[in-house]
Design a protein around this ligand. Structure first.
Ligand SMILES: Nc1c(NC[C@H](O)[C@H](O)[C@H](O)CO)[nH]c(=O)[nH]c1=O
Ligand SMILES: CC(=O)[C@@H](O)COP(=O)(O)O
Length: 160
């Protein structure tokens, strides 16, 4: 049997203490994006992240999110980043372009800089689909960001 290293369990309530989290929020479909942000901030607080350690910036749309994430990652000041946006299908191919390119850009920042980036850029066919999902997706993004910081630290400790 392969050897599975024991990843130390972090008490969820305390997992976020001391972490600095950068959040980039798109302003396109603002009602959904603000719902995502509210949910993410509430969950970060529940996990012990201090308000002073949450740094929020906004961009015009999902296509601009990766560049702003890159700037935060380059600063070296954050433990994890969260992308918040809402791409809602219209009549043209632009939906696919914005969805695919913003998603690829978010992933690239995480891999290029070795920093956890939780992606909560929704890609939906309708406004209602986005409104229904914004709280869950915002909450999940906060949990993923905090979990991945702790997992990354644990794995680095095991492999060093
Ligand atoms: N249609 C949506 C957009 N489109 C705008 C782009 O994200 C970008 O700002 C523009 O193409 C200029 O570069 N953005 C969203 O976030 N959501 C949409 O539904
Ligand atoms: C996702 C989009 O870019 C979309 O809102 C644009 O709508 P349309 O394709 O009708 O121009």
């Amino acid at each position: 049997m392969p050897h599975f290293d024991t990843i130390p369990e972090t008490e969820p309530r305390l997992a976020g203490q001391g972490l600095r989290i950068g959040l980039i929020m798109s302003r396109f479909n603002t009602d959904v994006c603000e719902g995502l942000l509210d949910a993410a901030v509430a969950e970060l607080r529940r996990l012990g992240v201090a308000d002073a350690d949450m740094h929020i910036a906004t961009v015009p749309g999902a296509l601009e999110v990766p560049l702003a994430l890159q700037a935060m990652a380059e600063s070296g000041r954050f433990h994890a980043l969260i992308a918040l946006g809402a791409v809602i299908r219209g009549e043209t191919y632009h939906f696919e372009l914005v969805s695919n390119e913003s998603g690829a850009g978010v992933t690239r920042v995480g891999l290029d800089f070795g920093i956890p980036v939780a992606n909560a850029i929704l890609t939906t066919d309708t406004d209602d689909q986005a409104l229904v999902r914004m709280s869950e997706k915002g909450t999940d993004a906060a949990r993923v960001a905090v979990e991945m910081v702790n997992l990354q630290a644990a794995l680095k400790g095991i492999t060093e």
